[in-house]
Every structure is written in C-alpha cells, then in structure tokens.
Design a protein. Structure first.
Length: 91
C-alpha cells in the first residue's frame, strides 16, 4: 500500500523501479489524489511498452480507510503462497 505522495513527486519513479526490481505484484494507492498517482504509476510501469516483464497491478482507493485497503490487499493474496506482509509505504 502506498500513501499517495504528490503525483509529480520525484520519489515516485524510484519507488516504482524498486517495486519492479522487488517483483511487487500489487500497489494499492490511498490518500489525496490517489487516482492520479495510480495513473502515473501505470505510466511509469509501462514505459515505452516494449518490455513485457514490467508489470504491477495497481488500484486506487479514494475515501477509503487505510485499514479497509489493508483488508483488500490481504484478500488479494489469499490464494497465493506468500509470507510477505502487506506494507504501508509513505514517500
């Protein structure tokens, strides 16, 4: 889960690249302007569209509590064998 930074934050690109390197499969964006931040993340992931290995599922959650979004993210992984916890990241 990402607590939305400003959509034009220079930290956002580095965050996305680290997520790709870490093989993150889901980024849930919460907070102000989360829809725009989700769109920017999608654009950063796709890039030129010539690298099919760059993929992250993204969701935005305007007007939802962090706890509700955490429950959503936890449910996403119910059928996946993972011990990685859902984390809240603030840039």
């Amino acid at each position: 889960m990402l607590y939305a930074p400003p959509w034009d934050s220079p930290k956002l690109e580095a965050f996305v690249e680290q997520c790709i390197q870490d093989k993150v499969v889901l980024v849930c964006v919460v907070g102000p302007d989360c829809r725009r931040v989700e769109d920017v993340i999608d654009e950063l992931v796709v890039g030129l569209g010539d690298d099919s290995s760059r993929f992250i599922n993204t969701t935005s959650h305007p007007n939802e509590s962090i706890e509700d979004v955490r429950c959503f993210a936890d449910a996403w992984f119910l059928d996946v064998d993972t011990t990685l916890p859902v984390q809240l990241v603030t840039l």
